[in-house]
Ligand binder design. Structure first.
Ligand code: ADP
Ligand code: MG
Ligand code: MG
Length: 902
């Protein structure tokens, strides 16, 4: 026969923390605490299996259940020394829901179950405290009426308020036994009026009613929505905990409270929490009375702390906390009640904490000998580090939200609203803080985005141009703020009845995806000692190197500050979008012949060389991978009258001819058009200029700064399909190198390699590797070309694809393992078969995604490259991937399961 429940209490338990799936978090940890010999009121947990059986059988309980429940109640009665429904010495219980994952959408707990007119009188007599007995009774009717019978909580509260007003009392604790009895009469009358049925006096009916309500709440709207948002499977079900009541509301030597074993905001080691004297359960969080702090240190609300009011209880709480911490080897969040000077434990779970606290706790616990370094490394979710790297909004400050969108790039910044990149650059040059608002952005907005403190767009998704570029630059960004109307011509934004114009102050909260009116004060990040220590451990463990995608000196400096070991992708096109250079670039494109092109390129050469000089200086000898020009020609073309005229003036060509040339270069599908190495092949002059600039810069820097000359330059050719393109372009690079060698007497060490970002290139990797010194997987384009999904247009259907389970996650955010992943594995194998030791890396957005990093580690890649602000995340994720590899797949899964789930 199936066992539907497990008992606990009285120094032992049938369950344990290992039975998380079966007992839910609350039940598993109550059992674990009982096993540890901690004071836990006796009880039993009805398993999640029963929840499944209940739903499988059309919401009927199995026949075998009632006998088992009876036995469970007998266990509690024996341990507590009271009888359920016994008028002389009544046992009261709480009925508490609890699933595997903590779920706020579920049924609220019912306390004091087992009271009726008879047992309430018995409780009054046996405790000699009628006030307490009737206070408990009215609480029970109120909770049961609300959560089980569905009578609104406020209806009870209204009656209570009116009673207090009539009596002229302020606090619940000022109500007498008679006052409570009057109110109980009113409560019951109200239940009859609402339900046409009396409040159940039968304690058995109360128990089954509450149990059924817990299981039913598994399918209520709140719970279903919550599960969908947090990916909690419906099949998990909930458990129900039935437990003898202990009373914090029996007088001045009673209390109830919540405690963290360490400060959840700072991580400091101290008992942190709140309590109330003479109160029950939810009173602490309900805000009826203001709770008092547990520890006297640093609190100072005036009210006595538990430390002073009940020093012995405080000391015992300290001992229990250390016991729980050393047992669970993690910071705990606990619930306790004090009944007549005795401490009872009612719940424990891993405490939620800020990223800063998580780091400090992990580092402290290693110093205390509770954790080893490797375990500490597994305790921090890599993504949470991001909270520590960007300025944060002062959490205490009031917020006036204008519009919400996607949290595309975290962090926060305030400034004046502007509506064009030109304006952003102008104002920023004068030292103003600006926020750029655009319907969407394009490569021509790079300088404006760079000049702005933050960016907000009304269109686009998490991988739109604005999102990707902002993350790369570490600019907070909100995309897809669809409620926001951005009128760039009129220079206004409007939403929710508010209209703001240029120059008005706004704050972007990229972490939450909220645009706020006014300037909200921010707090600068501190790279605390714990951060450095922790990241040092991660670096000691990981096998993958971590580089950054960076092209500007500012990005490169940030990348180094965050621990990047080189640049894995230096895009060179951003260097051309600067407003002075773009005209020269356009001259080059519309030039009639090779001579015209060379003249224009000659003007660009010194500028490009200077870009590299700065970059090499900052990187001081670390490897730098430079990608030659990649984007579609079309992105450089002049658009509109004014730009055409500008180019006409610069080139001396008639405007019509410029227009005709632009029309001639028009492409229907530029992302699959004239771009990448195709540009290098049709306009070799461009690549020649770039390669020359790279070599000359390296020589210049090497002459002035020896260390910078140590590393080999990695020159990267984008968008190759196979070996033939690479053959031509490698010859071009070698040719320039020979020229330089002739002119300057030396040439810096260099390697020519390729991006692998077309399926065809992945398949032909063997041939390509004969020529290429390295591969760098451009996973953005590889995902785009392998799936045939345009990254810029996927936002409109990606949500429904994820909802249908076609993708587990947006494949532009987390690598598609089955399809794109197989291409990468194939390319790695074929590449290394042709050239053993071939250097392999990845430079797409996925290089900073922890789940993708695990995959890259398994492929045998040498490094990942990601945006500077994700470098610490990648360092930690790489360390975790290495630890997982060492543990092996099976041990890893088991360790995962043993972690507390609540
Ligand atoms: P939640 O999951 O919402 O925290 P709980 O089941 O933990 O709900 O209970 C709500 C409150 O009631 C908590 O303060 C808890 O400590 C208290 N409580 C629950 N069971 C008992 C009990 N048997 N005796 C005394 N207080 C209890
Ligand atoms: Mg609780
Ligand atoms: Mg690409």
């Amino acid at each position: 026969m199936t066992e539907w429940l497990k008992t606990f209490g009285g120094g032992t338990a049938e369950g344990s923390a290992k039975m998380l799936d079966l007992l839910g978090g609350k039940g598993a940890n109550l059992a674990e605490m009982a096993n540890l010999g901690l004071p836990v009121p006796p009880g039993f947990t009805v398993t999640t299996e029963l929840c499944a059986a209940y739903y499988d059988d059309d919401k009927r309980f199995p026949d075998s259940l009632s006998e088992q429940i009876e036995a469970g109640m007998q266990h509690i009665e024996a341990a507590a020394g009271a009888g359920f429904g016994d008028a002389a010495n009544p046992l009261l219980v709480s009925v508490r829901s609890g699933s595997r994952a903590s779920m706020p959408g579920m049924m609220d707990t019912v306390l004091n179950l087992g009271l009726n007119d008879e047992t309430a009188a018995g409780l009054a007599a046996s405790t000699g405290d009628a006030r307490f007995a009737y206070d408990s009774y009215r609480r029970f009717i109120q909770m049961y009426g609300d959560v089980v019978l569905g009578v609104g909580y406020h209806e009870f509260e209204d009656l209570l308020e009116r009673a207090k007003q009539g009596l002229g009392v302020q606090l619940d604790t000022d109500m007498s036994a008679d006052d409570w009895q009057d109110l109980i009469g009113q409560y019951k009358a109200m239940v009859v009026a609402r339900l046409d049925a009396p409040f159940p006096e039968d304690v058995g009916e109360q128990l089954w009613g509450a149990m059924r309500a817990v299981f039913d709440s598994w399918m209520n709207r709140r719970a279903v929505t919550y599960r969908r948002l947090y990916d909690i499977p419906e099949s998990w079900g909930t458990a129900v905990n039935i437990q003898a009541m202990v009373f914090g509301n029996m007088g001045e030597d009673c209390a109830t409270g919540v405690a963290f074993t360490r400060n959840p905001a700072s991580g400091d080691k101290c008992i942190y929490g709140e309590y109330l004297i003479n109160a029950q359960g939810e009173d602490v969080v309900a805000g009826i009375r203001t709770p008092q702090p547990l520890s006297a240190i640093g609190e100072g609300t005036g009210a006595p702390a538990l430390e002073q009011a009940m020093p012995e209880i405080y000391a015992e709480l300290g001992r229990v906390s250390s016991r729980l911490e050393s047992h669970y080897r993690d910071m705990q969040d606990i619930e306790f009640t004090v009944q007549k000077g005795k401490l009872w434990m009612l719940q424990t779970r891993a405490g939620k904490r800020t990223a800063a606290a998580a780091l400090k706790i992990a580092v402290d616990m290693v110093a205390e000998g509770v954790l080893d370094e490797a375990t500490a490394i597994t305790r921090i979710e890599p993504e949470t580090l991001e909270q520590l790297l960007h300025p944060r909004l002062d959490p205490e400050a009031p917020r006036n939200v204008i519009a919400r969108g996607l949290p595309a790039s975290p962090g926060a910044a305030a400034g004046q609203l502007v509506f064009s990149s030109e304006r952003a650059a102008d104002l920023a040059a004068r030292g103003e803080a600006v926020i750029l608002a655009r319907p969407e952005t394009s490569p021509e907005d790079i300088h404006g985005m760079h000049a702005a403190r933050a960016v907000v767009t009304s269109r686009g998704g998490m991988t739109s141009h604005a999102a990707v570029v902002a993350r790369g630059m570490g600019r907070p960004c909100i995309t897809g703020a669809t409620e926001l109307r951005i009128d760039t011509d009129g220079g206004t934004i409007s939403a929710a009845g508010v209209t703001l114009g240029e120059g008005e102050l706004v704050t972007v909260d990229g972490t939450r995806g909220e645009l706020l009116a006014g300037e909200i004060p921010t707090i600068e990040p501190v790279m605390s000692g714990a951060f450095a220590t922790f990241m040092g451990w991660a670096d000691g463990i990981r096998g993958l190197a971590v580089r950054a995608n960076a092209e500007t000196p500012a990005d490169a400096a940030t990348a180094r500050k965050f621990g990047a070991e080189g640049i894995g992708l230096c895009r060179t096109e951003h260097m051309f979008f600067d407003s002075t250079r773009i005209v020269t670039m356009r001259e080059m494109i519309v030039a009639k012949d090779s001579d015209g092109q060379r003249a224009a390129l000659a003007k660009l050469l010194p500028m490009q060389r200077q870009d590299f000089v700065e970059l090499f200086r900052i990187m001081a000898g670390l490897p730098v991978t430079i990608r030659l020009l990649d984007p579609p020609l079309h992105e450089f073309l002049p658009h509109g009258e004014a730009e055409m005229r500008e180019v006409a003036e610069a080139t001396g060509l008639p405007v019509e001819e410029v227009g005709a040339r632009v029309a001639q270069l028009h492409e229907n599908n530029p992302m699959l058009g004239h771009r990448g190495c195709r540009l290098g092949i049709s306009y070799p002059e461009i690549y020649e200029m770039q390669v020359r600039a790279i070599f000359e810069a390296a020589i210049d820097v090497g002459e002035s700064d020896g260390s910078a000359a140590n590393a080999a330059l990695e020159i990267m050719i984008p968008l190759v399909m196979g070996a033939p393109e690479l053959r031509i372009l490698k010859d071009l690079v070698d040719g320039v190198a020979a020229d330089i060698n002739k002119a300057r007497g030396a040439v810096p060490a260099y390697i020519v390699g390729t991006m692998i970002e077309l399926p065809c290139a992945a398949l032909r990797a063997g041939d390509i590797a004969e020529l290429a010194g390295f591969f760098s997987f451009g996973t953005n384009d590889l995902t785009q070309t392998a799936l045939g999904i345009s990254r810029d247009d996927s936002a409109s259907f990606m949500d429904s694809y994820v909802r249908h389970g076609i993708f587990a996650e947006d494949p532009f955010a987390s690598l598609d393992r089955e399809g794109v992943g197989e291409l990468i594995e194939t390319a790695c194998q074929r590449g290394r078969a042709a050239r053993p030791g071939l250097k392999l890396g990845v430079c797409g957005e996925h290089g900073g995604d922890p789940a993708s990093i695990h995959f890259f580690q398994n492929c045998g890649l040498d490094y990942v490259s990601c945006s500077p602000y994700r470098v610490p995340i990648a360092r930690l994720a790489a360390a975790q991937a290495e630890l997982k590899r060492r543990r092996g797949p099976i041990a890893g899964a088991a360790a995962e399961k043993n972690r507390q789930g609540v």
